[in-house]
Design a protein around this ligand. Structure first.
Ligand SMILES: Cc1cc2nc3c(=O)[nH]c(=O)nc-3n(C[C@H](O)[C@H](O)[C@H](O)COP(=O)(O)O)c2cc1C
Length: 327
């Protein structure tokens, strides 16, 4: 889970018998090497390293101006000068450099969000012996991933917290809930399918397995664990009744993602037409977010959460992992 964890959460989950995941999307190469070294030094169990594989967008000056115009009232309110707010790219896709880094660590599993990297990069990952997983949000995406040689498919239902892995269509009406998506993908492909979205306790795990899942991917339930780096405002929102109202929004980064409805989502509506392409949208929000967070408010923060935050508990990730696996 990019932005809310480093290797500590992954270590705890792997050592408890789960497949801990290290998110690569928001670490630079040096930080990633350090995190991988920490992970490799603290577990002998299999672990997963996850990457985004989007095509980096070209900055569109007109769109950027439009987006800043939408945000202008907030800049004024916070006494920020829109001219001083930098543009920038905050999330790099999987690259030759990252593939080179993986060759030193050879994780048991490498997973991708937003499709797959080029065939050449994928072959390098495979040559290191890693199994390749990727997220599908529709049956078409699952079939595409199977045809492109993945070893397992993560069926990401619409309940899931964080970014939607959708990559063949940008149409949100194609998105399906976990327990409708999972059996259809199980039927459509010959690969193991991992269920993701809304699974927060052992009963949810059992239900997914009964529908043909080979495993489950749980995100939201881990957000309050002490090993997660979830921010104070994000933790407070997850603990509050606000966590019962989430929506899919593109406001924070330019791609649809599910988070707790906050002031920005309420006032602009969760999907904005002027929002720059992923991941360019986030730069313009950064100072607003920092300013509000300093005052203990998550008004402009991405408060990623799935629709079922009932499994969030302030307990060590190892205990949560064992509870999820209890029969
Ligand atoms: C805070 C947060 C960050 C996430 N970041 C990523 C990510 O970097 N890569 C990824 O493949 N999925 C990411 N996801 C999605 C999860 O992998 C998973 O699909 C989802 O959490 C499952 O649904 P649940 O949140 O209802 O448990 C994220 C989810 C959350 C809640």
């Amino acid at each position: 889970m990019a932005g809310v964890q480093d290797s500590r959460l992954a270590v705890a989950v792997s050592n408890a018998g789960g497949l801990g995941s290290l998110p690569g999307a928001m670490f630079g190469l040096d930080a990633m090497r350090q995190e991988l070294a920490h992970l490799a030094a603290h577990t002998t169990r299999p672990y997963n390293v996850n990457f985004f594989c989007h095509t980096p967008p070209r900055v569109n000056a007109e769109r950027e101006t439009e987006w800043r115009a939408v945000l202008a009232p907030y800049y004024r309110e916070c006494q920020l000068d829109a001219e001083d707010v930098p543009t920038g790219v905050s999330r790099a896709p999987f690259s030759a450099e990252t593939a080179g880094l993986l060759e030193d660590f050879k994780p048991a599993v490498v997973s991708f969000h937003f499709g797959l990297p080029s065939a050449e990069l994928l072959a390098r990952v495979r040559a290191g012996g890693s199994k390749i997983f990727s997220s599908a949000t529709t049956v078409d995406e699952a079939r595409w991933l199977e045809a492109h040689g993945v070893d397992a498919i993560i069926a990401q239902g619409l309940e899931a917290g964080g970014r939607r892995g959708m990559f063949l269509s940008a149409d949100l009406s194609t998105q399906v809930g976990t327990f409708a998506l999972l059996p259809q993908i199980v039927q459509a492909v010959a690969l193991p399918v991992v269920a993701a979205g809304g699974i927060a306790d052992a009963k949810g795990v059992a239900a997914a397995m009964a529908l043909g899942a080979a495993g489950v991917q749980v995100g939201t339930a881990y957000l309050l664990c002490p090993e997660a780096t979830t921010s104070a405002v994000h933790r407070a929102a997850l603990r509050s009744d606000a966590a019962r109202h989430t929506a899919v929004t593109n406001l924070f980064s330019g791609r649809p993602a599910r988070g707790i409805v906050n002031r920005l989502m309420r006032e602009l509506g969760p999907i904005g037409a002027a929002v720059p392409d992923f991941p360019l949208a986030s730069a313009a929000l950064e100072p607003l977010r920092a300013n509000a967070e300093r005052q203990g408010r998550g008004d402009f923060s991405p408060l990623w959460s799935g629709q079922n935050a009932s499994g969030c508990r302030e307990i060590p990730a190892a205990d949560l992992t064992r509870d999820l696996a209890r029969r």
